[in-house]
Design a protein around this ligand. Structure first.
Ligand SMILES: Cc1cc2nc3c(=O)[nH]c(=O)nc-3n(C[C@H](O)[C@H](O)[C@H](O)COP(=O)(O)O)c2cc1C
Length: 222
């Protein structure tokens, strides 16, 4: 591992939702760093980056995340406990002014504004898009969550190019995760999880063919 071994199409065909992980295999620190880089570098509308990630890489951490896979979510429990690493995707519920200033100041520190007026322009642009979602569509939390799914897509593809198996999971008790990691008091809420590692030889899902609509069904020439 550690090198980009697949082209994109190959990686998309190779990846699948892993239902059973090999408990003996661990993602290397180097590869996991590449995955964390994806989480950080993923694009978001107006660069708002409304995310936070809770990551478990040991039994104790996975046991905490497994508080979200009890009861009706039991079907995902082993996917959390047997994986090498588990990432809980958390979204900001609202992008309050304090958070917006944090984004803007970071862009400034990172050298995005050649002149002070560009900083103000960026803030106004971000506010304009945010206010459409907040006041006209009345859907700010949803817009923020959309940015997380884009990030999740990048992570899934990136993992596949590294030969790392994964399963995205919405099947989780999000309230239990919010409580376990005290997310709400920090302005965040759990949205979904991704377990990562290596497929077990016994995983029935690894041998099933992909099922996707044909190109003609999903693409129209303009
Ligand atoms: C947002 C999202 C949530 C999902 N939630 C679960 C889940 O809770 N448990 C699970 O086993 N699979 C889950 N899946 C896997 C899908 O069922 C799977 O991606 C789909 O059937 C396509 O198959 P493939 O990923 O193997 O190509 C989820 C997938 C996505 C994208």
């Amino acid at each position: 591992m550690g090198s980009y071994m697949k082209n994109i199409t190959e990686a998309m065909r190779w990846r699948y939702s892993t239902k059973e992980f090999d408990t003996n295999k661990k993602i290397s620190a180097e590869d996991f760093q590449s995955l964390k880089d994806i989480l950080r570098l993923s694009p978001s509308s107006t660069n708002i980056q409304p995310w936070h990630f809770v990551i478990a890489d040991d039994e104790a951490g996975k046991a905490r995340i497994a508080k979200g896979t009890e009861g009706m979510y039991e079907f995902n429990d082993a996917k959390v406990k047997d994986a090498s690493h588990v990432i809980v995707f958390c979204s900001r519920v609202y992008a309050d002014d304090e958070f917006l200033n944090k984004v803007l100041d970071k862009e400034d520190t990172d050298g995005r504004f050649a002149e002070p007026k560009f900083k103000e322009q960026m803030h106004q642009t971000r506010k304009m898009f945010l206010d459409i979602c907040r006041y006209e569509q009345k859907d700010e939390p949803h817009w923020l969550i959309e940015q997380l799914y884009l990030n999740m897509g990048a992570l899934l593809l990136g993992a596949a190019t590294l030969g790392i198996d994964a399963v995205p999971m919405e099947g989780a008790d999000l309230k239990a995760l919010d409580e376990e990691f005290d997310l709400r008091s920090k302005g965040y809420t759990a949205v979904a999880m991704v377990s990562l590692g290596y497929r077990s030889e016994d995983d029935f899902n690894a041998d099933l063919p992909k099922s996707r609509f044909d190109e003609e069904t999903i693409i129209t020439k303009a």
